[in-house]
Design a protein around this ligand. Structure first.
Ligand SMILES: NC(=O)c1ccc[n+]([C@@H]2O[C@H](COP(=O)([O-])OP(=O)(O)OC[C@H]3O[C@@H](n4cnc5c(N)ncnc54)[C@H](O)[C@@H]3O)[C@@H](O)[C@H]2O)c1
Length: 349
């Protein structure tokens, strides 16, 4: 998925920071109680409520239908925007470009974050700081994007929960690039198929810590620098349609709550920071075909997800790219505090 050959090491590294340059499915309903170990790929336990009573059912699924999106993991190389081409664009198209801007992308080692970073390299950014906990993925992402486009891409191995290290890391980004104009907050994890009544407390806290607190800590560190620079900027938080609708059929109260929190955090920051010319918006994806979901245990559920999506497919890993570019650019200059659902129509039913 994922080509500049020389890696540069950051001049200054704080604790915990390692910069490197581097249809369909719902057919049979049996009103029966399903134990956890009954779950398999051709049927899934579903819970709903009838007159206040919790009813557990077994949904049989059609395994003959493919569950991958048409694009899947096909690797595409980034193509840089050449100066001469930019000059020939119309004023409207130029507004979509990010000439000379610097971006931070968390969770940029793979998946949606990596793909959005790739899109940024195609519209004129001069620098990207990728932040992720996975060293090898981050190294490769930085190397590939640099090789393909000549953009100065650096990878920082950092956990978004580490507020102190994040402050130092964002300072290092500013020391190196001179500025930070765009933040895409894509780092996040998901837990699903866990009943609320038995949700492990530590597991619950960990997810909230990564998805909400982590999103806040990065936004705060970047926001401080944007305020200091007096130039403002654009912050894009990756929430989820799970922050707006409750997913079906899987039980995932914690993830849903965490993403609702990201949406409200987005609006709150947008209101507070508008005076600094910082815009804050969120993207709420529907079901996307990424590694996060690409686990055999979810194959049966994916068929239900696809059936309940008007466009009858999962989102492709690059389906957020153009919205991210738009939100980062001056094309969306009068847009802040917005939560943009991009879900193949899932949430309209
Ligand atoms: N895939 C979907 O269907 C879907 C739908 C809605 C929202 N989202 C959200 O989009 C974002 C990206 O999802 P994805 O599908 O690309 O997932 P992914 O697992 O492919 O990528 C997430 C990246 O975040 C990194 N990460 C995880 N925890 C981290 C931490 N504590 N600190 C730093 N980095 C960390 C991971 O290493 C990984 O590289 C997530 O916030 C996710 O909740 C995904």
């Amino acid at each position: 998925m994922f080509a500049r050959s020389s890696f540069r090491v950051a001049s200054r590294a704080g604790a915990g920071i390692r910069p490197a340059v581097t249809s369909m499915p719902i057919r049979t309903f049996k009103s029966t109680v399903i134990r956890k170990d009954d779950a398999s790929e051709d049927h899934i336990p579903v819970v709903h409520y009838e007159k206040g009573q919790r009813v557990t059912q077994d949904i049989q699924v059609d395994e003959s239908k493919p569950v991958s999106s048409p694009v899947g993991d096909i690797e595409t190389k980034a193509v840089p925007l050449k100066g001469g081409v930019y000059q020939q664009l119309t004023p409207t198209l130029q507004k979509f470009c990010l000439q000379g801007k610097v971006a931070v992308v968390t969770g940029g080692g793979r998946g949606l974050g990596y793909n959005m970073a790739q899109a940024l390299t195609e519209v004129g950014v001069r620098g990207i700081a990728i932040m992720d906990v996975q060293q090898e993925l981050g190294d490769k992402a930085a190397r590939d994007l640099s090789d393909q486009t000549g953009v100065d891409v650096r990878f920082y191995r950092i956990d978004v929960r580490d507020g102190q290290a994040m402050g130092q890391t964002i300072q290092d980004v500013v020391d190196h690039y001179g500025q930070v104009d765009i933040l895409i907050n894509a780092a996040g994890i998901a837990d699903s198929n866990i009943k609320a009544e038995v949700y492990d407390h530590e597991k619950f806290r960990r997810l909230i810590d990564i998805n909400i607190t982590g999103t806040f800590l990065v936004a705060q560190a970047v926001g401080q620098q944007m305020i200091k620079s007096k130039k403002g900027g654009s912050i894009i938080n990756i929430a989820s349609m799970s922050g707006t609708v409750v997913n079906y059929p899987q039980e995932q109260s914690c993830y849903n709550a965490s993403k609702a929190g990201v949406v409200q955090l987005t609006k709150s920051l947008a209101a507070e920071w508008a005076r600094y010319n910082i815009r804050v918006n969120s993207i709420s994806p529907g079901y996307m075909d990424t590694a996060l979901n690409r686990v055999p245990a979810l194959d049966a559920q994916k068929r239900i997800w696809i059936d309940q999506t008007p466009q009858k497919r999962l989102g492709s890993v690059d389906d957020l790219n153009n919205l991210a570019v738009y939100l980062a650019s001056d094309g969306s200059a009068f847009m802040t505090g917005n939560n943009c659902l991009i879900d193949g129509g899932y949430s309209i039913w």
